[in-house]
Design a binder for this molecule. Structure first.
Ligand SMILES: [Zn+2]
Length: 374
């Protein structure tokens, strides 16, 4: 064994991250870190910096480190001249000057920038004072850019992945666990709060957007591989910085989360959806539909090739074993092995639906309907 081979293997080692660290003391330590969790940019990153043992940068530097040119433009400077930061309305960007290695944040006229940055990071949580309008414009601007240019989101993801790869596996495992627990605890506490309190907080979330961010982040984290970890972290950074403006990105990338089949035992509530991801076997399937003449009641089929909705196509019936897509000609098998909860599960080869559970739920429904009719 030599040193070179080991560094080449680094990526491979990081491929698999065991989400459930076996070390219970470490787990307790991390859970204890997550006090009053809030889906705010500063909060999510505080977990990162504490675990990595790095001093958290000051506000302008923090935004510059994670969202670079999307929010902050660093002016040309000799590094020794103090020049206060400015917000440019037309460009929706903050201009800042590096002084003594960090972005200079004070000086005359800096107040406006400070207000804006406080709002974005979540250190100022009131809607009443200044800065939130500009901060909101910045949020919308970033969301527009990331959803219009798919390469922008991909590049940003790569930037985060490269950053994480610099850390040893143990640290990554800890961060992975921290984010996983953060989603669970923050989701629970969010819904424990009064609806009124949730509605008046800074950049109050539409429940739908909050749920999507948390669900998508959790989904990715529970995959327990390096890509899932990066994606989960990315969703949390995006969601916490952009808040409701993140809805735009969720909608563009929603196709990854279109449900093909949803268990009817899910209440649709976020906490229930997260619990189902953790322990699907704890949920007894049941079915409420009346399309019992079908072979697979409640299941929608999509073309493997062009994603067309096959159930809608003329002549389609799920009693066939194969169906040739009328749009692209691809021959799709129609059977139990083809059924996934959602596209993301399909892409990751995860089948949570069990044949027995599904059949039981349909049989139960048939009896219910017979009883109703007699
Ligand atoms: Zn097709």
């Amino acid at each position: 064994m030599n040193g070179i081979a080991e560094t080449e293997n680094l990526d491979e080692q990081k491929e698999s991250i065991d989400i459930l660290m076996q070390d219970e003391d470490k787990q307790d330590k991390i859970i204890a870190m997550i006090t009053n969790p809030d889906l705010r940019f500063g909060y999510v990153l505080k977990l990162y910096y504490s675990i990595m043992g790095i001093k958290m940068p000051k506000q302008l530097d923090l935004l510059d480190e994670w969202f670079g040119s999307l929010v902050i433009i660093v002016r040309e400077s000799d590094g020794t001249t103090k020049e206060p930061p400015e917000y440019n309305d037309m460009e929706r960007k903050i201009y800042a000057t590096r002084y003594n290695d960090s972005l200079y944040g004070s000086g005359e006229g800096h107040e406006r920038v400070t207000y804006i940055v406080n709002k974005l990071i979540g250190t100022a949580s009131s809607n009443r004072d200044k800065g939130h309008l500009q901060a909101n414009i910045i949020q919308k601007n970033i969301a527009r850019k990331l959803s219009n240019e798919t390469s922008a989101l991909a590049n940003w993801g790569k930037y985060i992945a490269d950053k994480l790869k610099e850390f040893p596996k143990e640290r990554l495992q800890e961060l992975h666990f921290a984010l996983y627990m953060f989603v669970l605890i923050a989701s629970e506490q969010y819904y424990d709060r009064d609806e009124y309190d949730r509605d008046i907080e800074l950049f109050a979330f539409d429940e739908e957007v909050f749920d999507q961010i948390m669900y998508n982040a959790f989904y990715q984290l529970q995959l327990s591989d390096f890509d899932g970890f990066v994606n989960g972290f990315m969703w949390l950074l995006l969601g916490s910085l952009l808040r409701n403006a993140c809805g735009r990105i969720c909608r563009v990338f929603n196709s990854s989360f279109v449900p093909i089949y949803r268990l009817s035992s899910e209440t649709g509530h976020l906490l229930d959806q997260l619990a189902f991801l953790i322990e699907p076997e704890a949920y007894e399937d049941y079915y409420e539909g009346n399309d019992l003449e079908r072979r697979f009641p409640g299941i929608e089929f999509f073309c493997d090739q062009c994603n067309a909705h096959l159930n809608e196509q003329e002549g389609f019936t799920d009693h066939l074993d194969f169906w040739r897509c009328r749009k692209c000609g691809h021959v799709n098998p129609i059977n139990m092995n083809e059924i996934y909860e959602n596209v993301e599960d399909y892409n990751n080869g995860i089948q949570r639906l069990t044949v027995d559970g599904y059949k039981r739920s349909i049989e139960k429904r048939r009896k219910e309907v017979e009883e109703e009719e007699s």
